[in-house]
Design a protein around this ligand. Sequence first.
Ligand SMILES: Cc1ncc(COP(=O)(O)O)c(C=O)c1O
Length: 422
Amino acid sequence: MEGFSYNNKKLHCEQISIEKICKKIDTPFYLYSSKGILSNFNALSNKLKNCNVLIAYAVKANSNISILRLLAKKGAGADVVSYGELIRAIKAGIPGKKIVFSGVGKTDLEISKAIDHKILQFNIESLHELHTIEKISREKNIKANIAVRINPDIEAGGHPKISTGKKTDKFGISITEALKVYKLASDSSFLNIVGVDMHIGSQILQIKPFNNSFKKIERFCKKLESINIKIKNIDLGGGLGVNYSDKKNVDLTKEYTNLIKNIYSSTKKKIIIEPGRFIVANAGILVTKVIYKKKNDKKNFIVVDAGMNDFLRPALYDARHNVKHVIIKSNKSNSDFFDIVGPICESADVVAENANLDSDIKKDDLLFIDNVGAYGATMSSTYNSRSLIPEILVHKKMFYKIRNKMEADDFIKLEKIPNWLK
Ligand SMILES: Cc1ncc(COP(=O)(O)O)c(C=O)c1O
């Protein structure tokens, strides 16, 4: 965890104790360390400072505007996949010329808005999308910058639900098809071919898939240039994984950035990378508290006030996260194993299985789920008509509410009973 440590058996984020924050903010809430986020960002940017590299942070990982602003101030760009994300990035101060637009289903409206903001490039995912962008650019009389997302047909490891670079995945265009798409694009006076793109998946903890796919994209660029299609940017996507288990300590940053340096020095193109998880995952926790302790024939349960609507990763991806005490009370000898479950009416609402916690854990004790800064708050919902929980950002000794709680009253207000039902 970056930016978190125990001090006198109490968990602190930077210089402030979580217990103190809980006196002001009701659980559950997300809490991020600005120092942790910046340290992750710097771990990549410092190693790449002598290359022409744009770190286009993948907004989907954590799209809070304050976090985007924090990164924007360090020079980050953004990888966006919707109009909402585009507007967030712009609002955070990331200029259009540092924004790439990815995603298989860009709507006409999204394309139109992104053209207006003169974004760095659209990462095109299909021939149909190319035609749509062409048509909208023509109508607006503004040239759109485009790259084609190639599908390198590479197995990235990790969970099948986050693999994106195999030919059975819905993403990208095969290398042979892509060549045709580029040729078509080069015939249009409203499309400005600027780059090549790919993204092979997420939570990748081996260097080989990166190595293989980077080689493929480099070869593909050479092929394009051999037919006189000039490329300025090579977008390598995101995917760098993090250690979710205390037992694992894989650090690929050196090898990964070395691959990027190599591709930069052999091509001299601008390199774009789109890390999301790596920047924010380990800089965030979800603070929750015990509602009930429950025992059945086979298991001990702790029911907490955070559910799968707040944090979906365990239910969606079988993701494993540690649950620990905010305040350590006793020695490990007095511990027991518990399944930590949320209040949602779904059997999948299990935050963690076999968490080792104090056996005398009781109602209102504070716990936290670790490494939830990425794909945590952004995937939360109001399922079971539960509130959207607040997000807090710590900076040194201070904490700031960067998203208010959205209560049931707030979202029920959006609904209407038609007259005929009144
Ligand atoms: C196109 C694209 N770029 C970047 C990312 C970020 O990936 P990660 O958070 O694993 O770095 C994703 C997420 O899957 C993505 O779809």
